[in-house]
Design a protein around this ligand. Structure first.
Ligand SMILES: [Zn+2]
Length: 421
């Protein structure tokens, strides 16, 4: 019975390998032909217009009209955004051949001239894999993960989950063990971003910490094996993703723009432009506006004397205004570099009773457990995820990369019930 269940799981995973999601992609110019073109990259800056950028590339005015006409079929030229990229390809006589407007990592708008004008939208081929990573710590978590080809962002994502239980920067010891079941996103076969960590465990000589990403009917968040929420009252890193912390909470920091030592009562998270920023906790917007140091800034007032501040935003979430109530995890804006900032990052500050405190050192004030009537279902999910992790670990020759199977979230509870098993 048990073996059969493993067999089913492995079968399901192998089936999943064959399932890679292709978003429709087209490439109308072959690569050899493109090699003869001269390509120029423009990054849209403040005050730039689409037509202005075209004029800078020595294209004839009547050709520019056609490019705009064809481009407008898919995208409004007025809506190009600061920081977006435009590639213009011409031949050596500056005859227009191709324009690519990269809206984001996934979408490119193309205007092309071969024998006639045409335009289309190219969606890059995306795929999502679920990967099992396990290891033993030698000196620290970052190095251990790096030795497995992973990067710092994963170490941060992983340690954030356990933030309220164990400090994985200072409390890590040699021979500690960890397991991570995580989604990895690829564009055109190249890794570009981590998705959700579905399961994580950390084991030292005293404890085994486990975290399960689970939808308890209210929200999707992490719970330990006993169904106790691992979330704090406040999100430690209030943004969807980030690559690293560039400045910590300190009373003395060298400021790269002001060129002097100043206190930095906040944490700076480096993140890609337009990364969604979340409200760190439930509360009311008390400030929303621009100042020349913080740039676009939001402040939120929370319970128990806490307030939070978010600076250098690219833009605010539409409809947000002073006095509005926001929920923990709700998007309030997007990462930018407005005000005094050298690169894209979020400056995140927390005050308790009007005094700045270190956001990374906040203590949790309450513990929440999954509703009693939902616990049985949760424990079944815990069993199934553990079984899956064991199955992957015990199947030695199995490749560690396999595609995401929705069953992890949606069907984990039905596996044991399935008449096929
Ligand atoms: Zn800062």
């Amino acid at each position: 019975m048990k073996n059969f269940r493993y067999f089913f799981l492995i079968g399901f995973i192998i089936f999943s390998i064959l399932y890679v999601r292709f978003l429709k992609g087209e490439n109308k110019i072959d690569k050899d032909q493109k090699l003869n073109y001269i390509g120029v990259r423009y990054e849209v800056e403040k005050g730039n217009t689409f037509i202005g950028i075209l004029r800078r590339s020595h294209i004839e005015e009547n050709v520019i009209d056609s490019i705009i006409l064809y481009f407008s079929k898919h995208y409004e030229p007025e809506k190009i955004d600061i920081g977006d990229e435009i590639f213009i390809f011409t031949d050596e006589k500056f005859n227009f051949k191709r324009l690519e407007y990269k809206k984001d990592l996934k979408r490119t708008y193309v205007v092309e001239y071969l024998t006639k004008f045409l335009s289309y939208v190219k969606d890059d081929q995306q795929s999502l894999s679920v990967v099992l990573i396990e290891g033993v710590v030698e000196d620290n978590l970052v190095n251990s993960l790096k030795s497995k080809g992973e990067n710092e962002a994963l170490a941060l994502k992983f340690s954030n989950i356990f933030d309220w239980r164990i400090d994985l920067t200072s409390e890590v010891k040699k021979h500690d063990r960890y397991t991570i079941l995580i989604e990895k996103k690829y564009i055109n076969g190249k890794f570009y971003q981590y998705g959700d960590i579905i399961y994580a465990s950390y084991e030292n000589d005293k404890n085994l910490f486990e975290a399960f990403l689970y939808n308890d009917g209210k929200q999707i968040s992490y719970f330990d094996q006993n169904g106790i929420s691992m979330e704090g009252n406040m999100l430690k890193a209030p943004l969807e993703t980030y690559s690293r912390i560039s400045s910590y909470f300190t009373s003395k920091r060298y400021h790269p723009i002001l060129k002097k030592y100043l206190p930095h009562y906040a944490v700076d998270y480096v993140a890609p432009r337009k990364t969604p920023i979340f409200a760190a906790s439930d509360g009311y917007i008390i400030y929303l506006g621009y100042n020349y140091i913080g740039g676009n800034t939001i402040r939120i007032d929370h319970e128990n004397g806490y307030s939070t501040e978010y600076c250098h935003l690219h833009s605010y979430k539409k409809g947000l205004k002073i006095g509005k109530f926001v929920k923990k995890g709700e998007i309030i804006g997007y990462v930018g570099k407005s005000g005094y900032a050298t690169g894209y990052h979020l400056h995140f500050a927390v005050k308790k009773n009007g005094k700045f405190i270190n956001p990374l050192k906040i203590k949790n004030e309450k513990e929440t457990k999954i509703d009693e009537n939902k616990r049985e279902e949760f424990y079944r999910y815990v069993d199934n995820i553990r079984t899956l992790v064991l199955a992957i670990k015990s199947y030695k020759s199995f490749p560690i990369h396999f595609s995401k199977s929705d069953f992890l979230f949606k069907y984990a509870n039905t596996i044991v019930k399935s008449p096929n098993i």
